[in-house]
Design a protein around this ligand. Structure first.
Ligand code: FE2
Length: 447
């Protein structure tokens, strides 16, 4: 008898989906939740229903959003909901998701990568062609949206909100065009500007960065390639080359300054800014390669924290290693987006995308701190919440879910950012586990 196929690494352990939707109220809390935290901590990730292990890629599972309502020093409730797509509707029933569709339509309307609020709407986001999905305040699916008919192509899971203007800046792509799209969404929730920047292939473009004067684009060697058997038609092609591009913020496609870097892949910049000499500094998590041999999820070599310095006047990119430790999901105090930042937060990852501790970087002192809760406790992406509107950078809280392999459940941990290695201020005990997913936001209470 043949050996059974090895388990799919992104369908086992805490990568495995949870069963169905869930609500819980009056969550148990250890410690004290700061009164300043008032809103919903929302996270999203793939939660596939009946996935085919032979074809499943972690990036493709139907989205599930998890919310924890916090206020008045209490954790009022927890709720998890599928983000409705065609597959979820077919399996669970209910009406089809309203809203526009793309032609050609590359997917089932999946939205699984990030959840943000913009122009008063909560949006579940994804890249490569499926539209954003609007959620209501209860995290129920409302409709797919193309920003009131103003979004012509695809969107991104990682638009950058400019803290000065409130606009969203996104780099987008689809399998159908040799270009990287640029989309700017105004504070009114409508696309103000969009155009394509021609590139010599069809690269995967997960994220971007902004500075005061530039949009930073990544044109890297994971490109369209349906071979390989994975459901995700992108593979490692180092012969494509690797470039970082600086687009003047109100400039045109012809004005992009491209500069070569060593072949690698970047899902996530931490942030970018302009230094005193006008150079663009991009701090990012660099993977040495991606989707070369492992075609089921992102796990090929240790991702490290790097700094690229790009001179808009030309010249080679300076590539420096800031931290050797494996890590992903870099975040900052997002009031610093596009301007100089001192602190960053991330999740430690070991071989096989094994999540572990939380990391905090002090990029001025060149030091790091680690919040570790033992080998059986694995953190997801940290999110910074300022202590108040005028708080200094790093004056606030770091929220993250942690999966406890012993109990099989997750908690939301609230850290004092300035006492990062200390025992958390609070642990919010959830009724089940939150699978390792992608991204999330703290959505402050409004009104
Ligand atoms: Fe991402």
């Amino acid at each position: 008898m043949a050996d059974p196929a090895p388990a799919h690494p992104f369908l086992t352990g805490n990568f495995a989906p949870v069963e169905g939707e869930l609500d819980a109220t009056d969550l148990a809390v250890t410690g004290r939740i700061p009164e300043a935290i008032e809103g919903v901590f929302a996270r999203i990730g793939p939660n596939p229903i009946d996935p085919d292990p032979a074809r499943y890629h972690w990036f493709l599972g139907s989205g599930m959003v998890h919310g924890v309502w916090i206020g008045g020093g209490r954790a009022h409730r927890y709720r998890r909901r599928f983000v409705r797509d065609d597959h979820v509707v077919a399996r669970l029933g209910g009406p089809p998701v309203p809203g526009p569709r793309r032609d050609p339509d590359i997917g089932s309307g999946v939205a699984n990568t990030h959840v943000i609020r913009h122009a008063g709407r909560i949006l579940a986001l994804v890249e490569a062609g499926n539209l954003p999905v609007e959620l209501d305040d209860e995290l129920e699916t409302v409709a797919r949206t193309d920003f009131e008919g103003t979004l012509r192509g695809s969107f991104s899971a990682h638009p950058k909100r400019d803290p000065r203007t409130g606009e969203l800046w996104a780099a987008t792509y689809t399998p159908f065009a040799e270009e990287i799209g640029v989309v700017v969404v105004g504070t009114d929730g409508r696309v103000r500007r969009s155009f394509g920047v021609p590139v010599p292939g069809r690269p995967m473009v997960h994220d971007c960065a902004i500075t005061e004067h530039f949009l930073v684009l990544f044109d890297l060697p994971v490109t369209l390639d349906p071979t390989g058997g994975s459901g995700l038609p992108y593979r490692w092609h180092p012969e494509y080359g690797a470039r970082v591009g600086l687009l003047p913020r109100e400039g045109s496609a012809e004005e992009v300054l491209w500069a070569e870097v060593e072949p690698c892949f970047v899902f996530h910049p931490m942030n970018a800014f302009e230094d005193e000499g006008g150079r663009v500094v991009v701090d990012l998590v660099r993977h040495p390669r991606m989707f070369d041999r492992e075609l089921r999820g992102p796990s090929e070599g240790s991702p490290t924290l790097e700094r690229w310095t790009v001179d808009p006047r030309g010249g080679p990119v300076k590539e420096e290693r800031l931290d050797d430790r494996g890590q992903e999901f870099p975040r900052i105090d997002e009031r610093r987006t596009g301007r100089i930042h001192r602190f960053g937060y991330g999740t430690a990852v070991g071989e096989g995308l094994a999540f572990g501790a939380l990391l905090k970087h002090d990029l001025v002192r060149g030091t790091g701190e680690i919040h570790h809760e033992g080998p059986h406790r694995a953190f997801s992406e940290p999110v910074f919440v300022p202590a108040h509107a005028d708080a200094e950078e790093d004056e606030g809280f770091v929220l993250a879910t942690v999966f406890d392999a012993g109990s099989g459940r997750s908690e939301v941990v609230v850290l004092d950012a300035r006492n990062f290695t200390d025992e958390p201020l609070a642990r919010i005990h959830l009724p089940d586990r939150v699978p390792f997913g992608f991204h999330g936001s703290f959505l402050p209470a409004v009104g």
